[in-house]
Design a protein around this ligand. Sequence first.
Ligand code: SF4
Ligand code: SF4
Length: 380
Amino acid sequence: MEYREFHGQMISRLGMGTMRLPRVGGKDGAPIDYEAAEQVIDCAYDNGITYYDTAWPYHEGTSESFVGKALVSRHPRDTFALATKFNYRANPDYRYVFETQLERLQTGYIDFYLMHAVMDNSIDSYLSCGCIDYFMEQREKGRIKHLGFSSHATPPVLRRFLEAGDWEFVQIQLNYLDWEYATTHEEHDIIAEAGLPIVVMEPVRGGRLASLTPRANDMLKEAHPDWSIASWAMRWVRTLPQVQTVLSGMTTVEQVLDNVATFSAEDTLSADDLAVLEAARDAFHSELVVPCTACRYCTETCPAGIDIPEVLRLYNKIKMGSQTSRAMIANMEGGHPEDCIGCGLCVSQCPQGIDTPAIMAELTEIPAENATTRSIPKKD
Ligand code: SF4
Ligand code: SF4
């Protein structure tokens, strides 16, 4: 296992996320399968993982208690680091939340404490409710060792929150797909500029990078038949020097062992491997989204009055995991996907050969309030 020093403490570069523990019967919403989940935690601990990440809302509020019982009560407290979070939306009473978390986790202190999921529409709640001063006081008292936050914010809002506190680390979603096709690279550079280490969440993008399209999978398998597709994503994140620890929400012992092997290997990715990964990533992305250039040749003739390039732009965002773009399509002026009569006039005008009527039909099937039904799962 690879370790990296953080303020004098050696922390494993692979961290155990506890938001996807095994559930009874493998069913969504079912309670944690304690016995199976304990085996996963034991496997992580025995293989040298020393960073355990939980949060108030995970597993319908039971993840922290599970970690307290399965990890904290069974091992010397100084052999691992605990991370948990204050989530304003889940419960804004930060004093009550923090005291309850210490009880749930059966500990007198939290090693890494985070403001949870800072976003453009939640930043003001965190900045105005008084929680930051309170948690800084807890740090002075030794009840919190290190203070940071997890961000899903746009780059300017991330910068604003960075400037609002005396933070020691930042957690962001970071993976090779979003690095190229979203704002992740910019977020990384903003945090690096501030001199703070990064804890990575969603290195495999909620599992989406565990299996790409058949063509992209083949490219990776041809280069390294013995590497899992998911391990490419973990290896890539491991190459970034600003990254302190990479979280993986592991459900099975097999996943733990695969990740441990990745973070124990001497080598990460060679220049040739990186070239293969970039080619596979681009192939995957091109098959995932439609290549509309917004030339607007199709819009004049659409009898339904649909702003086709705008719909396709938002459709691509849905495919990349946007949770708001389906509702934006529903709120557009003019025609909507449901108004498409399948006349095909747009297809005959399109230099890119895009099958727009098929996409309109697909969008009609996706409810506006559930825009991610057919998309890449995203974010915690
Ligand atoms: S197929 Fe649908 S989107 Fe295309 S021109 Fe006809 S009505 Fe408009
Ligand atoms: S003609 Fe094709 S590429 Fe041009 S705007 Fe319409 S869908 Fe997009």
